[in-house]
Design a protein around this ligand. Structure first.
Ligand SMILES: N[C@@H](CCC(=O)N[C@@H](CS)C(=O)NCC(=O)O)C(=O)O
Length: 281
């Protein structure tokens, strides 16, 4: 194992000696706003403040599914929150999400307006509001909630743990890479075993749990995130790959996954903001 450091933690941690690495400039140990700025407001009932990351696209894919099912009340404006520029620390954003992370939603069709933060809470809010993609029958609902919360608890090990140390940290450290690669592979195996006998995570029906889990683990097995496809041998999780491929065929997935991000090339019709269905070609 690398002898990477002779670091001895001080008695009391202090905010100094920034570690370098991606995102170090936006990380800080305090909450709250850094600057005064109101959030923009569009014309639709739902106002989404987000970015096209795995956590962000969960909501835009769900909204596109709801629109495809004919729910006009799911029309939305999706404004870009550039987390690299610190937009999540504006006073307006912090009012909607005191945790300063995308995605955040304001439902202006209620009196007073409803704010919702945490992608899982936003998904449950929208699924309940429109009565879709979250089963009502208690046993099926419990299964759906279980997989949804599985994602909320598991993905930080993938993104904040494995992704951080394998792709973003300023040096490759064997201990944390081993620890988090082990955990991510265990998670992939959990999904693979479940999907060996089920079309979708909860059975025969596509739910918000599929949308949430796919945003992280579907992307991991299909899109080589963190440049880790070979390292994690993602192709060996055949049931996860089969399920992930089926979901990317859905028109709502294809629309929702394009929102709030820069096009990756001339073939990519991604859009920075979405204010009308026609914005998505
Ligand atoms: N548990 C949260 C996680 C949200 C999250 O981590 N968002 C990231 C982008 S994917 C973010 O806004 N980071 C900005 C920051 O940490 O300052 C959720 O699911 O909504």
């Amino acid at each position: 194992m690398n002898d990477s450091s002779n670091y001895v933690p001080p008695e009391v941690w202090k905010w100094e000696n920034q570690s370098g690495g991606k995102f170090t400039n936006i990380n800080r140990p305090i909450a709250g706003a850094t600057h005064d700025k109101e959030l923009p407001v569009g014309k639709h009932p739902l106002q989404l403040y987000s970015l096209g990351t795995p956590n962000g696209i969960k909501v835009t894919i769900l909204l596109e599914e709801l629109l495809a099912l004919g729910h006009e009340g799911a029309e939305y404006d999706a404004f870009l929150i550039n987390i690299g520029e610190g937009d999540q620390f504006s006073s307006g954003f912090v009012e909607v999400n005191p945790n300063s992370k995308i995605p955040a939603l304001v439902d202006r069709s209620t009196e007073p307006f409803t704010r919702v933060f945490e992608s899982g809470a936003i998904m449950v809010y929208l699924a309940e509001k429109f009565g879709e993609l979250l089963p009502e029958e208690p046993l099926e609902r419990a299964e759906c909630m279980s997989w949804l919360f599985w994602q909320m608890g598991s993905a930080p090990y993938l993104g904040g743990g494995f992704g951080h140390f394998y792709a973003y940290a300023p040096e490759k450290l064997e201990y944390p890479i081993n620890r988090f690669a082990m955990e991510v592979k265990r998670q992939l195996d959990v999904l693979d075993r479940n999907l060996s006998s089920r079309q979708y995570l909860c059975g025969d029906v596509y739910t918000i749990a599929d949308i949430a889990v796919h945003a992280w683990y579907g992307s991991l097995v299909l899109h080589n995130i963190y440049n880790s496809a070979v390292f994690l041998d993602v192709a060996s999780y055949k049931n996860v790959v089969r399920w992930a491929n089926e979901i990317v065929e859905r028109p709502a997935y294809q629309r929702g996954s394009k929102v709030n991000r820069k096009p990756s090339g001339p073939e990519d019709n991604a859009i920075l903001e979405r204010h009308d269905a026609s914005d998505l070609k």
